[in-house]
Design a protein around this ligand. Structure first.
Ligand code: SAJ
Length: 434
């Protein structure tokens, strides 16, 4: 199938890089977002998210004349849905004693409905948003059938998950293997034709429900593995062991690859997607459910570590370094660092937070510093919550000059304890009971 024009719905972390990359490969792209502020920003040639290389790729795409942005779709050869699928905050499911989160599919439903007036025979529709199993067949196909056209007969319908790592999106978009799940083999082939415009990794065709499950399995696998790393950290703390050293040694086994503990699992993917399995089959998912619970409880263990290191939390002034959900990104969604800060404050500490990737972050209940020095200057202790490169490059002399605080808590194994101790700092480390 040939594609002269593609319409990408949703211009966030996935839609914007994808639209820009298609346009940079010579295809006419209409990028659509329902948020007029985002459309205005993009039309000015600016971007609303931080992702290495995205600004340049976007500007090139815009300058080529191939990419335009709008709040409304138009007719196109292919429609690509890349809108968020968070969970509902006000509704939960229940199974036995387990309370689980439910997917909020409203943005996906609206995007599918927005396509309806423009859908023509022979078009391709792709859902990229992470979704519960059977969404393509049971939610998207029936909505699109309201056009009078039937998926698989009159138009092609595909589920193709994005699998790119924030921080490396532009490279991974091109180089990663791409799974294309069609509602028919012809649909999968049309999807493969579309992505072969820029994908250099392997393109693998399957059915739509398998592709949905593959995506959820990947992120669930990672969540469960991080949960076990977090439990190992708790155990190491109890048994007087340094978990970082123990993991390094265990990982010398040829078939063991333990991930890293930390303050918890954040972001919009790994902390969300496993719930889609739990919601779809709570009776089959005790391990997935409990891994989510372990990771969600991790900020609490960090607060306990801070309390133990400082003696008490009441009235203590704490500089919190990092708010994003992982190193070197500006994304604060579901960030465990935020959870830690809010709980520290509930326990009586006064926290000043510094996030170099989002200095103007406006989070309810969080007092943002104007800069690193501002966060440090009156503090009694410094808590490292995100392994940003700039933070782990800090030297004891940098901190010694900026603050009188000599107590550190390292939750991400970012600092060499010997170096800091020999410079006169006391340091509490996550997962270290020595
Ligand atoms: N984390 C740990 N320990 C680790 C690794 C990660 O605590 O050893 C934490 C991070 O700090 C972060 C969270 O887990 O809070 C998730 O970070 P991540 O780097 O593991 O993943 P994401 O959410 O940025 O991106 C994931 C990726 N999925 C997998 O690696 C299986 C990415 O490929 C997906 O495209 C993305 O989810 C997505 O969009 O679904």
């Amino acid at each position: 199938m040939k594609f002269n024009k593609i319409c990408v719905l949703g211009l966030g972390y996935i839609g914007l890089p994808t639209a820009s990359t298609f346009a940079a490969h010579g295809v006419k792209v209409l990028g659509v977002d329902v948020n007029p502020n985002i459309v205005d920003t993009l039309r000015r040639g600016d971007i609303h998210i931080h992702e290495p290389g995205l600004r340049e790729t976007y500007k090139t795409a815009l300058a080529s004349g191939n990419l335009t942005v709008s709040t409304k779709p138009e007719e196109a050869d292919a429609f690509l849905i890349a809108v968020p699928t968070p969970f509902l905050d006000d509704k939960f499911g229940e199974y036995e004693d387990r309370k689980y989160k439910l997917a909020d599919m409203r943005a996906v439903i609206s995007a599918a409905e927005a396509i309806l007036p423009f859908l023509r025979k022979g078009n391709l529709v792709v859902l990229e948003s992470t979704s519960p199993p059977r969404t393509t067949l049971e939610l998207i196909a029936p909505i699109l059938a309201r056009s009078g056209l039937q998926a698989g007969r009159d138009f092609y319908l595909v589920y193709s998950p994005e699998r790119v790592l924030p921080g490396q999106i532009l490279r991974e978009l091109i180089e990663n293997a791409r799974v294309i799940g069609g509602v028919t083999p012809e649909s999968a082939q049309a999807g493969a034709d579309l992505y072969s415009i820029f994908v250099k990794g392997e393109i693998v065709k399957t059915d739509a429900t398998s592709a949905e499950m593959v995506k959820l399995m990947e992120n669930t696998y990672r969540d469960v593995n991080i949960a076990i790393a977090n439990e190992f950290a708790r155990l190491a703390d109890k048994f007087g062991v340094d978990v970082w050293e123990a993991i390094r040694l265990a990982n010398r086994h040829p078939r063991v690859k333990i991930l890293s503990p930390g303050p918890g699992v954040g972001g919009h993917c790994i902390s969300v997607d496993p719930w889609f399995f739990v919601e779809a089959a709570p009776e089959l998912t005790p391990l997935i459910y409990n891994s989510r619970r372990v990771n969600d409880a991790q900020p609490h263990f960090v607060v306990e570590l801070v309390r133990r290191t400082l003696g008490s939390l009441k009235g203590k002034k704490i500089a919190a370094l990092g708010l994003s959900y992982k190193p070197d990104v500006d994304d604060l969604r579901e960030s465990p660092a935020t959870e830690v800060i809010l709980e520290l404050q509930k326990e009586g500490a006064k926290v000043k937070a510094w996030e170099p990737f989002k200095p103007d972050a406006n989070l309810p209940g969080i007092d943002m510093a104007a800069g690193l020095d501002d966060a440090l200057k009156d503090s009694n202790a410094v808590v490292l919550l995100v392994r940003h490169t700039d933070f782990i490059n800090l030297k004891p002399s940098d901190l010694a000059a900026a603050t009188k605080a000599r107590i550190l808590v390292d939750t991400v194994n970012g600092w060499d304890p010997d170096e800091w101790r020999s410079a006169g700092f006391q340091i509490g480390r996550l997962g270290v009971g020595k």
